[in-house]
Design a protein around this ligand. Sequence first.
Ligand SMILES: [Fe+2]
Length: 340
Amino acid sequence: MANSLPRTLPASWYCSKPLYSLEQRAVFLKSWYLLGPVTKFKENEPVVYEYAGVTLTATRATPDDSSIAVVDDKGNRPKTHLTPTGLLFSTISEAAPSFHDFFPGLEDVLSTVDFRVRPYRRSISYHGDFNWKTMVDGYQECLHCAYTHPSFSVLYPPTSYAVINHHNWCRHIADPEKPDDGVFLYLFPIGTLNVYGGGISQFRVCPTEEPGGTRMEFDYYNVEEGEKFEEYYKFVRQVAIEDYGLCEKAQSNLERGIYAEGILNPVKETGVAYYQQRVLEMVLSQHHEDKQNKKNLQHRPADGASTDATASSQSELDSSSYSGNFNFTTRAGAGIAVST
Ligand SMILES: [Fe+2]
């Protein structure tokens, strides 16, 4: 029985700098990111984002939503996608597939909400002493809700909470009796989008060079302003602060080395199992690709005819190399010894 239960990623995956380097190429460069509803972008007021070391700047030129342009720090225009009801997404590299290949079916759910009518109100950003996956682990289940979020649990009883997994996105159903009561989404790898009442909240768990650190970024939108908005803001910030404390404690336990990996609840933690599996698949695939590239370079005939492309590939490989201080021997028999 225990063998068939989903297992967590090893603790080393939350603490390793070399793994972050691998995740950067395996996961982050190949993903799509929600920049926000179009109401966030005011004319000629650039909005700056940073994802895994790549800076994006989004600027609206005219009142027409299609005039919002995104450029990266090298001046390139990444692939972007504007949904029919007003959400702007972007990539950070050419390695990402098309929007619909990355998020199949997502636009159908997004089309049930008009994101153009909820004004942008406020953003907040701060550092967190935890790995990006520590926060996503918590977002993807609600087993902790009853004792961590007493005020949230009154509105949304955790006993009926469910997560439905799709490809690279998950829908959270807080109360199956009220399927139309809001849209709560996890957008792989580091995004969320929560719509309820007249409000929208969105957060990004931005990874940093230090695996035990993140930059948390929140954006809030609401049809209400003044006191009514402040009431909403107080409620959502309370939930965010409660999660923050939980993540810092979880990270310090992961870093102590007494925990290796564990079993996930097969009913209540399917969202955690799903996204961790995606990370595992993408990282292993990148690892195989790196190994193959290294082998190909080693077997190249030493004829002195090394081209710029060869030199460039070698240099890329060298700069992205990692040492084996994290553990690939994990669930699903994926035991791969990393040697350098
Ligand atoms: Fe939580």
